[in-house]
Ligand binder design. Structure first.
Ligand code: IVH
Length: 662
């Protein structure tokens, strides 16, 4: 192939993969494969400088070093948004528009509120000629050189009816995965990590040496326009579609809705998906769709009357560490924990945060009395992101990691390679209570009513000394516990009895073998099919199982080599626990298929649907991609359904799904 042809092919491929990654959020190749294409192009262009064009993706490496950023006055003011926080406040916003415009119901277009940095891009005759930060809305800073390094910013527009002048507004941000990778690398090099993607996006865009910006994984979405010459848009939807048709990255996630109910639905569904999204958002932007209505509504000082941000509960907060203590888990792992001055955020009070392990505690250098940023993302345990060192007074106290277990006083030891310190006493009450709780958990033996508090109480009173002891409990013993009536005691006994009829995968998972999660337990159950075979398996045999490497194999072998563990397993079987081997997979509608379940199914739970699919040879995955074969869509299916339709994935209603199971 001629170099010119190869260069053209490479550019087309890179553009295609950029689009898959940034706009569709469905990459087809790995980062490494992408980098290889890019390197090949760089090499070819170096050998044939005549083939270099200003819009080649290789031109995004940066190079210009500035003294300072020039100020630019925006031709049209860059507005910001008013905020609303609840139903009543949004209703007020909606009512005001309906009254002023004398309409029954308003058509809105809702978009995720990207948590990044607002910028403006200027295209003249389709060519990118400059861009700036929002600044105070009137005057911003010229960051053209830095913007050019953003991989999904088109340097040249394509498509039909491109305006002579096009000012586009949008957001520069960093995707969660890119942020994590970047921070990991910074830490590895001994540099300081960023607190969050927004701060790092802002910092990256304000680098005087654009090579620094080029090294940061910035992304772009556009969502509004400024001055446009030679094209008008009747609605926001029409505008977004036009921008996308010219190759500008427009967030595919958007909600065309009507009135309060419609907006509330969009808000709830976006909030539910917040943590699954590849980027950070802090709310829903609600915009009047009609250009005509917008013009009639106008603006108040800095924000339009036709748009508002309906914020989500914040996830980051500032508070003070009152005390640092440690917790002992079921494997003896000792986890440092910070007790915080309680802060009320997004409907919950945060009063503790995990510090993961000793190394993490040292790296973050958290001390008692420190002011910290705490991050609370959904259901996960809040985490300390960073100490606000500027607030230190000198009165803070460093935490001394214990060399003895705080519960049983046994020595604490670290494995040679590991960061995790462990209590060395298997009989430690904290470990035992943890093992009981894990054993009873819903995805293990599923013993209803056996929660954390009860496990602790049983250990404290000496009712059980290992998990098989649960099956020897009786009514009299249980009612001896504080706050345990006869009825709840009987219910618990019934639940324990019921748990005897279980499956091998649940049983293996319930044993709490270090490193063996649900997926590994399933693989072990399918491979060995009987408890004695698993217990007797050699290291080599274990490694024949799907996804089991030498480390995991030795962890499993080590577990069964302990006499105590073998005694527990035998005790369980003797007590009448009957772990059923997995059913032989029926070749059926789902064999070899990757299925995603979304929305609410009326007739069965998610877990049940998942098991039904797996029993028929299918695999259930949590997100829709081009590898998905089927989407089962229940009631109120949201963006996964939209995405499946976009990708042409076959969609089943609940009724169709149930029919296939028969
Ligand atoms: S529209 C006149 N759309 O929110 C409306 N803004 O507080 C101008 N933002 O400065 C903005 N996602 O940085 C709009 N989909 C979105 C947005 C968005 C994030 C930011 C933007 C703006 C700020 C307003």
């Amino acid at each position: 192939m001629k170099p010119a042809d190869r260069v053209a092919t490479l550019r087309a491929e890179l553009a295609h993969h950029n689009h898959r990654y940034y706009t569709l959020d469905a990459p087809e190749i790995s980062d490494a494969a992408y980098d290889a294409l890019m390197r090949e192009l760089v090499k070819l262009e170096a050998a044939h400088p005549e083939l270099v064009t200003p819009d080649s993706p290789t031109q995004r490496v940066g190079g210009a070093v500035l003294e300072k950023f020039e100020k630019v006055t925006h031709r049209q003011q860059m507005l910001s948004l008013g905020n609303v926080f609840d139903d009543a406040e949004f209703t007020e916003f909606d009512d005001r528009i309906r009254k002023a415009m004398n309409v029954e119901q308003v058509a809105y277009l809702c978009e995720p509120k990207m948590d990044g940095l607002a910028i403006e891009l200027i295209y003249e005759k389709g060519r990118f000629v400059g861009g700036s930060t929002r600044g105070d809305g009137v005057i911003g800073e010229d960051v053209t050189e830095n913007l050019k390094t953003i991989r999904n910013l088109p340097l040249e527009l394509s498509g039909k009816q491109i305006p002579a002048l096009l000012e586009v507004r949008g957001e520069v941000f960093i995707r969660k995965a890119d942020f994590k990778r970047m921070n990991d690398e910074l830490v590895k090099r001994g540099e300081e990590a960023f607190v969050n993607p927004r701060n790092s996006a802002a910092g990256s865009l304000r680098q005087l040496d654009s090579r620094n910006t080029a090294a940061r994984p910035l992304s772009l979405y556009v969502y509004e326009v400024g001055v446009v010459e030679g094209r008008e848009f009747a609605s926001h939807v029409e505008k977004l579609d036009a921008l996308a048709s010219w190759g500008l990255p427009v967030n595919p996630r958007r909600y065309e809705v009507k009135g309060f109910e419609g907006v509330k639905g969009a808000w709830s569904s976006l909030l539910a998906e917040r943590h699954a999204l590849p980027y950070e958002i802090d709310g829903l932007v609600v915009k009047v769709d009609s250009t005509d209505l917008r013009a009639r509504l106008g603006q108040v000082s800095k924000s339009p009357r036709w748009a508002v941000a309906w914020k989500f509960p914040p996830e980051e907060l500032e508070t003070q560490v009152e005390r640092i203590l440690v917790q002992v888990g079921r494997t003896g792992a000792i986890t440092p924990l910070a007790e915080l001055k309680p802060v009320f955020v997004g409907g919950v009070t945060v009063s503790r945060a995990t510090l993961h392990n000793e190394d993490e505690l040292r790296r973050k250098d958290v001390r008692e009395g420190d002011w910290v940023f705490v991050r609370r993302a959904g259901d996960v345990i809040p985490e300390i992101v960073k100490v606000i060192t500027s607030k230190r007074t000198g009165a803070e106290k460093e935490f001394v990691f214990p060399s003895q277990c705080p519960v049983c006083a046994a020595p604490v030891r670290k494995a040679e390679d590991g960061a995790i310190a462990r209590c060395t006493n298997r009989a430690c009450p904290a470990q035992l209570a943890g093992r009981l709780r894990h054993f009873a958990t819903r995805t293990a033996m599923d013993i209803d009513g056996l929660g954390e508090k009860l496990c602790e109480a049983m250990v404290e009173k000496g009712l059980v000394s290992s998990v098989d002891g649960l099956y020897a409990l009786d009514l009299e013993t249980l009612t001896g516990l504080e706050r345990m009536g006869e009825k709840s005691a009987q219910n618990l006994l019934d639940a324990i009895e019921k748990s005897k009829a279980t499956t091998l995968r649940r049983f293996i998972y319930a044993l709490g073998i270090p490193d063996v999660g649900e997926a590994t337990a399933k693989a072990l159950a399918e491979h060995f099919r009987e408890v004695p075979k698993l217990m007797g398996a050699s290291l080599e045999e274990l490694q024949l199982v799907k996804d089991i490497g030498p480390e995991m194999a030795s962890s499993i072998r080590g577990f069964f080599d302990e006499g105590e563990n073998r005694a527990v397993v035998e005790g369980l079987l003797k007590a009448g626990v009957k772990p059923a081997p997995p059913e032989i997979v029926e070749a059926g509608a789902f064999s070899g298929k990757t299925v995603v379940i979304t929305g609410t199914l009326a007739g069965m739970g998610r877990d049940e649907a998942k098991e039904a699919i797996e029993r028929r040879g299918g695999k259930v995955s949590g997100s829709v991609s081009k590898k998905t074969d089927l989407l089962v869509a229940g009631e109120e299916a949201g963006s996964k359904l939209t995405k499946a339709k976009e990708l042409g994935v076959k969609v089943l209603t609940e009724a169709e799904f149930v029919a296939l199971l028969k």
